[in-house]
Design a protein. Structure first.
Length: 168
């Protein structure tokens, strides 16, 4: 009888059950890419205001894109056990989705290194979504941030991952 696969374990917990940073020193350097997304649902009038660049605080999409990029670079300061990384790329795209209605935020993070960039992509999306809310809340406090998730990742020992259309 074949032995069962070992039960998955949380990598940021040591043998004594305490939080610990993962030692990545022995891992090979590989190209690692992660893509994440999130949605900001809003009133159709709010989306139209943002698209016309008439929000009181300015260019909502431009500021949110910059906020996402800046946040990705500081992920290790926000998430306690993340390694500081030298990102080679962080891109944030924000597109209008009238059917939501709202904005879709996607972020792609890339580096050549020993640890993945999933948290950087997810942080970029989260902060960009929060920035959209902050910049438009004067006209629409009912906005909803939803669907923040990892879409895909590549590189590293665990291999590639791609989310299914239904989110799992």
């Amino acid at each position: 009888m074949a032995s069962a696969s070992p039960e998955p374990r949380l990598t940021h917990i040591d043998a004594d059950g305490k939080a610990a940073m993962v030692d990545v020193g022995d891992k090979a350097e590989t190209v690692r890419i992660a893509e994440a997304e999130g949605l900001v649902r809003m009133q159709p009038e709010t989306l139209a205001l943002i698209e016309r660049k008439e929000a009181v605080k300015g260019d909502v999409v431009g500021v949110a894109r910059l906020a996402g990029i800046m946040a990705a670079k500081r992920t290790h300061e926000l998430i306690p056990l993340c390694h500081p990384l030298m990102l080679s790329k962080i891109g944030v795209e924000i597109t209008a989705e009238p059917a939501l209605p709202g904005l879709r935020v996607t972020a792609t993070a890339k580096l050549t290194g020993r640890t993945g960039v999933e948290m950087e992509a997810l942080t970029a999306v989260s902060v960009a979504c929060l920035t959209i809310y902050d910049m438009a809340k004067a006209v629409d406090r009912s906005m909803e941030i939803t669907g923040i998730r990892l879409l895909a990742k590549s590189g590293g020992r665990s291999g590639d991952f791609r989310a299914k259309e239904n989110g799992r």
